[in-house]
Design a protein around this ligand. Sequence first.
Ligand SMILES: [Cu+2]
Length: 602
Amino acid sequence: MKFKIFSILGITLLCCFLAVTATLIESDKSNKLESRSTKSYLFDPLPKLTESSPATRYYHLELKVVKLSPDGYERPVWSVNDQYPGPLIQCNKGDRLVINVTNNSEDPATIHWHGIFQHNTNWYDGVPGQTQCPIPNRVSFTYNYTVDQFGTFWYHSHFLAQYVDGLVGVLIVHDPDDPYRNSYHEDYVITVSDWYHSPTAPLLVQRLAPHYTGFNPYPDSALISGVGQYNCSGAPAGYYCNRNVPPPTYNVNKGKKYRFRIINTSAYVTFTFSIDNHPLKVIEVEGTHVKNVSAATVTVIPIHVAQRYSVILDANQPVDNYYIRASIIDSCLPPRTNDTINYNSSINFNATGILHYQGAGSKKPTSTAYPFTIPLCQDLNASAIRPYKDSPAPSNVTNDFVFNITFARNDDDVGLLGINNSSFVPVFNNPTNLRIMLQENFTDFDKNQNAYGYDIPNGCVQITLLNNQPANHPFHLHGHTFWIVASGLGAFLSNISTSEYNLKNPVIRDTIIIPEFSHAVIRYLADNPGVWAFHCHIEWHVEMGLVAQLIERPTEFSNRTLPEDVRALCLQYDSYYKNHKRLTTLPRDSMVKRLRMFKKVK
Ligand SMILES: [Cu+2]
């Protein structure tokens, strides 16, 4: 075994107080992955866009597996342009994004643009088996869409659990008419995420193994903006592990105001987010501006998987260093039973970063956390996030669906989640939107396609979600935002009284938590023909089947013209599989086989 002493370059001003000491490295000549470290854009204010809008903005994303150590522990990471999180994409409302994706990751992949409506471009929504075939390895594919909305978004792979392996990035759309534009000086992004030291393919194989009785895999770290501080106690002998990663640090100047865009890119966990001594004024939730009221100023924000908030921080405190806190809410998780994958993880649930006032020097913060007063595993109180402009929900429901969240074991004793007792199985090489375009009727699809359709132009779709399970599920709707007209305890229709519906000024967002034994009623307009996923965003639950497909206005959609490169991708994907000699050896490919197996069982 060979040890080297490494000194860490590029240390920020603040981290000088940390002793940067020796780190262990074992050189592993058999591993051919390149080891990279890149400075993240996340700690700088968003660069100003120079071109006037509407503009066409071009991006190139290369998907590639590299060795990175976000929390000090080195592992293969499914990176974008060698980075984790992937590079920033930003534009103005009205711009066109042309994003060329070159897949050199060895796996198939797709990119979903989380929260982007994809009006008239359903085939660029990036969901394998629903809106496109996966992009095979060594193939490039260009996403090309107009962005007619604004807000804080992210992008991520939608292929198996690839995003949990690192394939995520930030997408910001600026609003020329932002009512809060003059209320802050700089614009920062913060991501919070759980992080796993094992690649997800073996974790998924275990999670979906017959007779498995545990819960979702336990993460190893909590990251702030892609940076974590792992104590290395769980690192196997010989693995590179640096227990002195500098803390994620955001610099502010006293007297200025800062917008922070907070994004939870986790696979699993709910965080609370706070910055000591600094109340946060919420101004945006998932692409909708929030009303300027005193209730919008909060101290602690619960943020579930895939949710986003923008807040304004007033740097009006004494010049000092203060803790930024991202804490995993333990009580949102099931008990840590010893049959759960990675149950003995040495994770620190309370990740911290530093808000550094210019001139504060480098001493460690002594600030204390705000008391946590928000009800557990619920969304931020609705009074804090009312839409800036009152936006009544439509009152005439044209299509009414009830989705029961169900759990059952199949004939192989594999635990599966489902919508109305049906566990979704993607068919990667025959995506639903292509089938609709070939005039197939969704009512003829296999039951495990979980296809729910409606055909009334601009009708109002209502979905009642009933969660009679001891688990919390953050549900995300593609292609839309929705009005939350009701939510609360009780998982039966009898628990819901229509007289309590708020149609006047309900919260609008695209990702909602459905806590255990609870319900929610959402409405949205059928204004976007296409195939839209509606699913729990806990990645482990996605692979267990907690996914529905909403077939929106198939009559109209089937008459649209599919871009030739989208169709060609399916031919490339089929030939990739025919020629792929390692089909049975790559863990992620064995996952594909396993998913096909489910299809036979149910
Ligand atoms: Cu879930």
